[in-house]
Design a protein around this ligand. Structure first.
Ligand code: SF4
Length: 579
């Protein structure tokens, strides 16, 4: 298969495997691989990537240049791996398409009203409305959207401009020439779980590009390796994350009426003061609501379970009463890079740029990232065109992108909350006080720059933390166990393939991790991928890789950093629709 864009890419057969870093290649060694050449390669088809491709196509056309632009996406269909709350600030889409509403941009509902509910013990809650709503939770002028419908629309816009978008192609490793990124190698298809080639084996291809745009979303596995190899995070804070669990529900008519166009954020239970997080309820229209709960992965509890917290949150009457009589439509989970400006890596290197969640473009204070992701893509497109025009795609040649970012409203917004998330690492009370001070000191707060340590370093040992909270009870009507929820994610993988979840030192799991932390993977994974069967003949973890919803929590939260999330065969993963 080859892109239809102009000029046509060339093909050549090559032998051998790609050199790569920061990941584990599951591709076969020494096989013939097709080689594809394009001008710009986009790895991942999210809002950042597609905005970049659209803007670059428009800029190239205006400049009278023909560029071959190719987007690779690991999901079977564009949008199937995309998940967000989501309330979108329209600032970036309005810049990209001033007439986006007239063009049919998919919105679920304009935000009509917003408030905050503080969930209290004994089933009580307090609603904060009007002037009591904190400024970051005021959403008038924003739109409630389904992000996978949004990226589907963006994909159509990109294709209409001659951009080639390939779904079901997972980028497995980076192609390097010295310290220059020259493309990616896609994942082989047809390797069995023992590593043998099956009938119908298809070698992944080498896709070479003058510029590669890493837009893999949160904790991109190639971006992680590139950042690590080149030290792009030197002098920055480590990226820190939250895990968000989301469900879409069809609710009773009176609830749908109450919530249509409403944006509610919740604080209080079930986390209380034990860790950073909160929930949302968004009214989608057509009788549906989006609900979700987010928890910081810097939580100390080694048995911290984002799915259990989500269920406990739903069991509060503020949620349960609204869900009663309704029906679950879809389930999903995703991590969110929440560290903000000081956790963003250097955005460019020789032959590549980083955009969107892969580069940390999220305003955690507002719980928003779509507009920043889109803006990062647009700014990257400006920088890429300048680099291609000057025939200099080195890091220096691509510097127009980071310079453009520093001069943009995106930087201004992220700078205004630069110390927000780090403040909460010292506890919810201190974090809230500092967040209040930041609001009146232009984002500074108590200190000019707050540092933070990586999430997994916050995990306490069993001995230090003690016993965590009990798991919630499930009723299979409103409150589901992980396996039932995974069913509602639509997750499917080819079963007979090597696990894409690689434990680089399994001996640690059954020795130190069991004793020191009680194997947190069995708790933090929201898809029951990691099981510790007590009746197994051999002590150890069982990995149900086909359940994986690609949230990346394990790659981030494992206390020994021995879990490596890699891509499965293209097309595998959740099938999010309307999420
Ligand atoms: Fe998320 Fe990892 Fe579980 Fe997959 S295995 S669902 S990436 S925590």
């Amino acid at each position: 298969m080859e892109p239809a864009g102009q000029p046509k890419p060339t093909h050549a057969a090559t032998a051998g495997t790609a050199k790569h870093v920061g990941g584990v290649s599951l591709n076969a060694a020494d096989v013939e691989r097709d080689e594809l050449e394009v001008d710009v390669l986009f790895v991942g088809a999210g809002s950042a990537s597609l905005s970049a491709a659209i803007r670059l196509a428009d800029l190239a056309k205006a400049a009278g240049r023909e560029l071959s632009l190719l987007v690779l996406e690991k999901a079977e269909e564009i949008g199937h791996h995309t998940l967000s709350g989501a309330v979108m600030d329209p600032r970036a889409i309005r810049e990209l398409f001033p007439d986006f509403l007239e063009l049919g941009f998919p919105i679920e509902a304009p935000v009509q009203r917003d408030w905050v509910e503080v969930l209290l013990p004994k089933g009580k809650h307090v609603a904060l409305k009007g002037p009591l709503v904190p400024p970051q939770f005021r959403n008038h002028g924003n739109y409630i959207v389904s992000l996978n419908r949004v990226v589907g629309w963006l994909k159509d816009q990109a294709e209409a401009r001659g951009v080639d978008v390939y779904a079901g192609f997972a980028a497995a490793s980076v192609l390097w020439e010295g310290d220059r990124v020259v493309g990616v190698q896609t994942r082989d298809a047809g390797i069995d779980k023992h590593g043998n080639q099956k009938p119908g084996f298809q070698a992944g291809m080498n896709v070479r590009a003058k510029v590669t745009v890493f837009a893999e979303g949160t904790r991109g596995h190639l971006a992680k390796g590139v950042i690590s190899r080149l030290g792009l995070d030197a002098g920055r804070n480590p990226q820190i994350y939250e895990t968000g669990i989301k469900e879409i529900w069809q609710v009773r008519d009176e609830v749908a009426k109450e919530l249509e166009g409403a944006v509610i954020h919740t604080a209080g239970l079930p986390l209380g003061l034990s860790g950073y997080g909160g929930g949302w309820i968004y009214g989608l229209g057509q009788g549906r609501i989006s609900i979700g709960h987010v928890v910081g992965l810097d939580h100390r509890d080694p048995s911290m379970d984002p799915h259990a917290l989500f269920v406990q949150w739903k069991q509060h009457p503020a949620l349960a009463d609204r869900l009663a009589g309704g029906q679950i439509v879809r389930y999903g989970a995703k991590t969110i890079p929440g560290g903000g400006y000081f956790s963003m890596p250097q955005l460019v290197g020789h032959g590549f740029v980083l955009v969107g969640d892969s580069a940390g473009f999220v305003n955690m204070s507002r719980l928003k990232g779509i507009h920043l992701a889109m803006k990062s893509g647009m700014l990257a497109a400006d920088g890429i065109l300048a680099a291609l025009t000057a025939d200099d795609t080195s890091a220096e040649g691509l510097m127009a992108y980071p310079r453009g970012f520093e001069a943009s409203w995106a930087k201004e917004e992220l700078w205004s909350v630069r110390n927000f998330r780090q403040g909460f690492a010292a506890g919810m009370v201190k974090g809230s006080i500092d967040a209040g001070l930041q609001m009146i000191t232009g984002g500074r707060g108590l200190v000019a720059r707050r540092s933070v340590s990586a999430d997994h370093e916050h995990t306490a040992t069993l001995a230090a933390y003690g016993k965590g909270p009990s798991k919630p009870k499930f009723d299979d009507k409103l409150f589901f166990d992980k396996l039932t929820d995974v069913y509602h994610s639509g997750a499917v993988h080819e079963e007979d393939q090597p696990s894409h979840l690689v434990i680089t030192d399994p001996s640690i799991c059954v020795t130190r991790c069991t004793e020191e932390y009680g194997n947190p993977c069995q708790h933090f994974c929201p898809a029951a991928v990691y099981e510790w069967p007590s009746d197994a003949e051999q002590k150890g973890v069982r990995i149900n890789a086909s359940n994986c919803v690609h949230c990346k929590t394990c790659d981030i939260a494992d206390p020994y950093q021995i879990i490596e999330w890699t891509v499965p065969e293209g097309g595998g993963g959740p099938r999010y629709v309307d999420m």
